[in-house]
Design a protein around this ligand. Structure first.
Ligand SMILES: Cc1cc2nc3c(=O)[nH]c(=O)nc-3n(C[C@H](O)[C@H](O)[C@H](O)COP(=O)(O)OP(=O)(O)OC[C@H]3O[C@@H](n4cnc5c(N)ncnc54)[C@H](O)[C@@H]3O)c2cc1C
Length: 336
């Protein structure tokens, strides 16, 4: 198995430095995580962030032989502090996922592969998953916990502020920027609804439509009633210091002070295998799932941001736990 011996595993997992300082028997954990002779797993989980790790924990504790494939690019990696997840409020995203990974990998039923899953095939008895490095794994069941890719607009320096002062969600970051001079980047129904929502956290609010407004006259007068200004000028650039917004610079050369912006970005699914295996998407582009996280493709479940607009660490963990229980129940029913 190329790229998958013990040392490479530990190095790639980013835990070599902590291996000798870990309070419980970390060395036996290292032994457990060594070379795995078999490439056949009960379940392969693609994506090893909050949703994938929660799935893995439920399945590993159910004595299932689980492989997690992850290339360590969670969507919140640029945000300095994560909020609204009990016991972890204010921690960095990395702190939360590192602790989660340590706890998950303490189970000898769970193996972690650091890399990108690029191809998936349906076989007679399950699935064959290929990685970018040419590794191949077999699985009876498959889980997508692959998150989504936010597509940045063509505004200079926008991506440098993403997750720092350009925000996707008031429940995650609203408290920290309450009463600040805030902008909504949006238009039409969505711009109106987002302005209404954010007016709960600040009254210093402007709606930037970045071009001609598509708001109805009723929406415009509602916003006016609540002193929410509408600015239609096209945006060129964001001026910031270390991701903290200072000004919006418009294409006409003028600028306006803002401390925070909220917006919802368009997105793409992260993983081509979802389509390769024929999982249907919703009209909005999320993986279609039922109440138990099952996709429209047999033996395939999905959880986390790739299935819902309700993006939060807590929700990803909850969906991951449910997915683990669903997949284990299917295996029990099939093998009993
Ligand atoms: C900027 C920002 C800030 C946020 N702040 C907060 C907050 O403060 N509080 C909160 O509760 N929520 C916050 N969220 C939402 C939260 O981060 C997400 O809901 C959560 O990360 C979703 O978890 P997930 O496991 O579904 O996806 P992700 O965390 O995005 O992880 C997906 C994982 O799958 C991997 N992956 C994808 N495709 C492949 C592949 N083909 N092969 C291998 N690996 C693959 C990725 O590398 C990644 O590690 C924030 C989101 C953003 C964008």
């Amino acid at each position: 198995m190329t790229n998958f011996n013990r040392i490479i595993f530990i190095k790639q997992s980013g835990i070599l430095a902590t291996a000798f300082a870990w309070p419980f028997n970390f060395n036996s954990f290292i032994e457990n995580k060594g070379m795995n002779d078999s490439k056949q797993f009960d379940v392969v989980i693609i994506g090893g962030s909050y949703a994938g790790l929660a799935t893995a924990m439920a399945l590993g504790r159910a004595l299932r032989n689980v492989l997690v494939i992850d290339n360590r690019k969670p969507c919140n990696r640029q945000t300095p502090h994560s909020h609204n997840f009990l016991t972890q409020d204010g921690k960095t995203p990395k702190e939360i996922s590192t602790l989660a990974k340590q706890q998950v990998l303490a189970y000898d039923t769970i193996t972690f592969f650091d890399g990108i899953a690029t191809k998936g095939l349906k076989t007679r008895s399950g699935f064959e998953i290929h990685t970018e490095t040419g590794d191949k794994f077999l699985a009876t069941k498959l889980v997508f916990a692959t998150g989504i890719k936010d597509v940045m607009p063509e505004i200079v320096r926008f991506s440098e502020c993403w997750g720092i002062s350009v925000l996707h969600c008031p429940y995650c970051h609203g408290y920290e920027v309450k009463n600040e001079i805030t902008g909504i980047l949006g238009n039409g129904e969505y711009g109106f609804e987002f302005s209404k929502l954010i007016s709960n956290w600040t009254k210093e609010l402007t709606l930037f439509t970045n071009g001609d407004s598509t708001l109805t006259s009723e929406q415009k007068s509602e916003l006016e009633k609540h002193s929410i200004e509408i600015v239609e000028k096209e945006i060129k650039e964001l001026e910031h210091l270390n991701g903290q917004l200072k000004n919006i610079i418009f294409k006409d050369g003028s600028k306006q002070i803002v401390k925070a912006i909220y917006t919802r970005l368009p997105f793409e699914q992260n993983c081509a295998i979802i389509e390769q295996l024929g999982c249907e998407l919703t009209e909005d582009g999320y993986i279609k799932i039922d109440a138990f996280q099952k996709t429209t493709t047999r033996d395939v479940c999905a959880c986390g941001d790739n299935t819902t607009r309700m993006r939060s660490v807590a929700n990803a963990v909850a969906m991951g736990t449910l997915t683990g229980m669903t997949v284990n129940k299917e295996l029990v029913d099939e093998r009993f």
